[in-house]
Design a binder for this molecule. Structure first.
Ligand SMILES: Cc1cc2nc3c(=O)[nH]c(=O)nc-3n(C[C@H](O)[C@H](O)[C@H](O)COP(=O)(O)OP(=O)(O)OC[C@H]3O[C@@H](n4cnc5c(N)ncnc54)[C@H](O)[C@@H]3O)c2cc1C
Length: 356
């Protein structure tokens, strides 16, 4: 891109928008930023090899003479559609400084649970209906572990965090605006495949330490573990994170078939796959009975029509969760929606002369 823009500048295509003096600075910056040579070309040489890697890396002594690598042609770069993922880390939601909870995402929920005093969480309680009247809210539920008859819990208020994909199928006493909004948000499909290998060949053979290989295959990407570098023995990588139509296709397969497909596609990137593969696991979120999808997919139009209705406190019931936020698919959206609704509920109750 730097070479092409330098050509445009030199052929006076930018004269209307960039002054002569600034054009000199622009060319200087393109040479520096784009690793161009003295003739403003991105060509085989020291500058480009220091960015893209050498054919033979600089070393020591007589054996250390480097060999420069040949850049891809503009045609090949464009045909690869490199740009489709190149800017991923520049996005606000995908910025490069990101943290991973040690032990997996659910450690965050468990850490919150540890800080709650008393026995306030009841696990394995499947809600089957939510009713309200002027006096309070009653929630019907079943104990999925112990079985038995349906039970009823009552409270003055209810903040419901059940995903809309499930809530839309549960009887709920609420006004038309909220119940309509609940049915309007489709859920994104996604499949993740974890592959266990006998050794960390990506580190040992290919010097890949963490990060992601993006592909144009149905698996989308391969993401390597960012901890435990060079540890001996088996290791797991993310062998596929499938989205869109391909996610529906993967979801329709058995877990074993998804794993087999991920190994087949991944072999195109890493020839070690078939020999080093040990075992794998695959989850399709549309098939997980308590979420039926990955996250609420708001379109601009549906948000304009239904988002505020979804956020309202309807009588004694209010909703929270990633689906009640402008940051869908992130835990941050879920938490900020909870802050927002708790504050509004507090003001409402205090205004009515009650206590929270
Ligand atoms: C594949 C994938 C990858 C993700 N990666 C990240 C990431 O890297 N970083 C990040 O911040 N976020 C990530 N997220 C998003 C994050 O998991 C969600 O945004 C977050 O969990 C939403 O919180 P929530 O409380 O709204 O819903 P959930 O966490 O889904 O909680 C809803 C709860 O309701 C329960 N429930 C459902 N039905 C019933 C019922 N009938 N009765 C009782 N309970 C019920 C469910 O069991 C569940 O516990 C990812 C999500 C997926 C699916």
């Amino acid at each position: 891109m730097s070479e092409l823009l330098a050509k445009c500048t030199q052929q006076h295509a930018l004269d209307q928008v960039v002054s002569q003096q600034d054009q000199e600075l622009l060319l200087e910056s393109l040479r520096n930023w784009g690793a161009l040579d003295h003739r403003f070309g991105y060509v085989k040489g020291k500058e480009s090899s220091e960015r893209r890697g050498f054919a033979r890396y600089p070393g020591g002594g007589l054996a250390g003479k480097p060999e420069f690598s040949e850049p891809f042609s503009v045609h090949d770069v464009l045909q690869s559609r490199l740009w489709t993922t190149l800017a991923a880390g520049n996005n606000y939601e995908m910025q490069t400084t990101m943290f991973q909870p040690v032990g997996g995402m659910d450690q965050i929920g468990k850490a919150f649970a540890r800080h709650l005093s008393g026995n306030v969480i009841r696990y394995n309680a499947k809600v089957t209906g939510i009713d309200q009247d002027a006096q309070g809210v009653s929630v019907r539920w079943q104990d999925t572990a112990a079985g038995g008859d349906e039970q009823v819990a009552t409270a003055d208020w209810c903040i419901c965090t059940i995903p809309l994909s499930i809530l839309s199928r549960i009887p709920l006493t609420a006004g038309d605006a909220m119940t309509t909004a609940i049915t309007k948000v489709p859920y994104a499909a996604s499949v993740k495949v974890g592959l266990q290998f006998k050794r960390r060949f990506w580190e040992e053979d290919e010097a890949i330490y963490g990060g992601i290989s993006y592909t144009d295959l149905p698996i989308t990407l391969i993401s390597y573990p960012s901890t435990g570098y060079h540890s001996r023995g088996k290791a797991v990588l993310l062998g596929g994170y499938v989205w869109g139509l391909e996610a529906f296709e993967f979801t329709s397969m058995s877990p074993a078939e998804r794993v087999r497909k991920a190994v087949e596609y991944g072999t195109q990137l890493h020839r070690q796959y078939p020999q080093e593969f040990d075992t794998g696991i695959a989850v399709g979120w549309h098939r997980v009975p308590f979420t039926h999808g990955c996250f609420g997919m708001w379109s601009e139009q549906v948000r304009a029509e239904h988002y505020e209705n979804l956020c309202q406190i309807d009588g004694r019931i209010a909703l929270a969760g990633e689906h009640v936020s402008y940051i869908p698919a992130w835990q941050e959206g879920a938490i900020l929606s909870a802050h927002d609704v708790v504050e509004r509920l507090h003001h409402k109750i205090v205004a009515q002369g009650g206590h929270t």
